[in-house]
Write a protein that binds this ligand. Structure first.
Ligand SMILES: [Zn+2]
Length: 551
């Protein structure tokens, strides 16, 4: 069969058309002109999509917070228009799916898939001040992206841009403030850097882990919708602490009303913690990192290159609360390794439509609690005695309640979507436990088992490094339950059936046996669960204890 002759112009035209048809473009504009209404206004332009209809989906949950939050219910005043403002038909086809007519573009019939662009607009009610929910008022905007932006079904791996139009009132508020010195002007798109050492009331600012688009003011790009949903924004007259670098990579801290405290001292401590985390895994996989402190309140959510934290600087002025705050920030920070990159197979790629259940939150959350203690201890910001105290408190918290007789660690992970993040409360007989408590305790026993079987040549750190290297770096995926266990047994060089029974059954852990490997004793009978250094220890016990406690 003969190939039809094409003129050069015709060929170029066809190439251009096919490029248009195959290159979807997604651009958001986020504005907040009436912050007192608690409503963001969102305009979403989609172009280059095939098919007679487009499904826009609002996530049902946010990775990092394992509860269905039904963000779709906050979407109001939804409207869709085509070119020249022609109103387009749409319908809800599920509680979180808006199906919008995809209008035929000029010449569409003869060109197959080419369609005109669609522009949808909607408001998002953001009236709940919580780390997993968007918030807007005249003091600040917190964009929890899974609760603000749709993804386009079938196009989740496509890039998307967001133009932010901050409330103009923040500029007026900033007009009365002294300008920042030129040498400390915010880099394009990166959080502003205050010159001073203490927190400074700031210029209007957008703090986010998203990458700025060069040459465009307040426009950010996400390489896909997963990155968009992983990148919260804090917007307003923020206060910035002096950034630090680890391995040449900048770490920022931008805060809404953080209160009175020594910002330099906090950043010095955080630098030590970050350094310990990076040394542990032996890699630093981002080009900048931002702590977004959203104000007083509980909770934090981890991301690939940022974390959102409830924060009150005043807590840092009291020793006990300071240590708790440092542990909490260390926890959210270490999550960028453990759960964002080192992850169970169920936790990414995410299904934003439904619960993503896994038995492995004892690893993702429990071992992150384990390492928050270890990083703060290794950074020299907690005593060895305090380290023991943390584990003792965690063990007492579940052993002294009935839940540990009914629910295994794996079950507490799987059921968190129904039980809540800390287990159920209010039962006549509580039948649940929290993986935030039993997880670090089993982590401690596991670490001791590995150190014992290897003559302290290996530890749980080696397991974390191995799963990071094998599953994140080499295979680019999460691990199964069996693969995680196998990684532990490979490092330990022995069978760990008894330990994994403590994960998958309600068998009582033999705390005394495993802690003794590290030269530690525990008061099991009196229910205080007090952990203490044993008096008489052999050489290996002493070596493990010294290395583990850093004493
Ligand atoms: Zn966590």
């Amino acid at each position: 069969m003969q190939t039809p002759q094409l003129t050069i112009t015709g060929l170029l035209l066809l190439l251009a058309v096919s490029a248009t048809a195959q290159t979807p473009a997604f651009n958001y504009t986020l504005s907040m002109d009436e912050p007192s209404s608690h409503r963001f206004h969102v305009v979403f332009h989609c172009a280059g999509l095939g098919g007679p209809a487009v499904d826009l989906k609002m996530p049902a949950w946010m990775p990092g917070y394992y509860q269905l939050l039904d963000y779709a219910k906050n979407v109001q005043n939804f409207r869709a228009v085509g070119e020249k403002g022609k109103e387009l038909g749409w319908e809800k086809t599920s509680p979180n799916t808006w199906r919008v007519e995809n209008p035929a573009g000029p010449g569409a019939a003869s060109l197959g898939t080419q369609r005109a662009g669609i522009t949808v607009s909607y408001d998002v009610l953001a009236a709940k001040a919580f780390v997993a929910q968007p918030w807007l008022d005249s003091t600040r905007a917190y964009v929890a992206p899974a609760g603000v932006f749709f993804y386009v079904d079938g196009y989740i791996h496509q890039p998307v841009t967001v133009e932010v139009k901050p409330w103009p009132g923040w500029n007026k508020a900033a007009a009365g403030l002294a300008p920042k010195p030129a040498g400390h002007a915010p880099k394009a798109g990166l959080p502003g850097i205050a010159a001073g050492h203490a927190p400074k009331a700031g210029l209007p600012e957008i703090a986010t882990g998203l990458e700025p688009v060069a040459g465009r003011n307040n426009v950010y790009r996400a390489q896909d919708f997963d990155i968009l949903f992983d990148s919260p924004m804090l917007i307003g007259n923020l206060e910035d602490l002096k950034p630090f670098t680890v391995r040449g990579v900048p770490h920022y801290f931008s805060a809404y009303r953080p209160g009175q405290f020594d910002g330099d001292s906090l950043m010095n401590d955080l630098k030590k913690i970050v350094q310990q985390g990076v040394d542990l895994i032996g890699d630093l996989p981002y080009t900048h990192y931002t702590f977004l402190a959203i104000g007083p309140g509980r909770g934090g959510i981890e991301h690939l290159n940022s974390s959102t934290i409830g924060f009150s600087g005043e807590a840092l002025n009291k020793a006990g609360e300071r240590q708790r705050t440092l542990c909490f920030i260390a926890h959210e920070y270490f999550h960028h390794f453990n759960v964002k990159r080192i992850r169970p197979i169920a936790l990414g790629p995410f299904d934003y439509d439904r619960e993503n259940r896994t038995n492995m939150l004892w690893v993702s959350e429990g071992l992150t609690v384990y390492y928050e203690y270890m990083l703060v201890r290794r950074a020299g910001l907690m005593s060895g005695q305090d380290l023991l105290q943390h584990f003792q408190s965690d063990i007492a918290a579940y052993e002294n309640k009935t839940g540990h007789l009914y629910q295994s660690l794996a079950q507490s992970s799987y059921e968190t979507w129904s039980d809540g993040p800390f287990g159920r409360t209010g039962d006549t007989v509580n039948k649940t436990i929290s993986y935030y408590q039993k997880g670090p305790a089993v982590g401690l026993l596991l670490d001791m088992a590995i150190r014992h079987s290897t003559g302290n040549k290996k530890s749980l750190d080696d397991v974390m490094r191995a799963v990071y290297r094998i599953y994140y770096k080499q295979k680019g995926r999460g691990f199964t339950d069996a693969e995680f266990r196998s990684a532990c047994e490979t490092v330990a060089g022995v069978d760990l059936s008894e330990l994994f029974d403590y994960v998958y059954t309600v068998h009582e852990p033999d705390y005394a046996k495993y802690l003794a490997y590290g030269g530690l004793g525990i008061d099991v009978t009196d229910k205080t669960w007090k952990i203490y250094p044993l008096q008489e220890v052999d050489e290996l016990q002493q070596k493990i204890r010294r290395d583990w406690m850093k004493e």
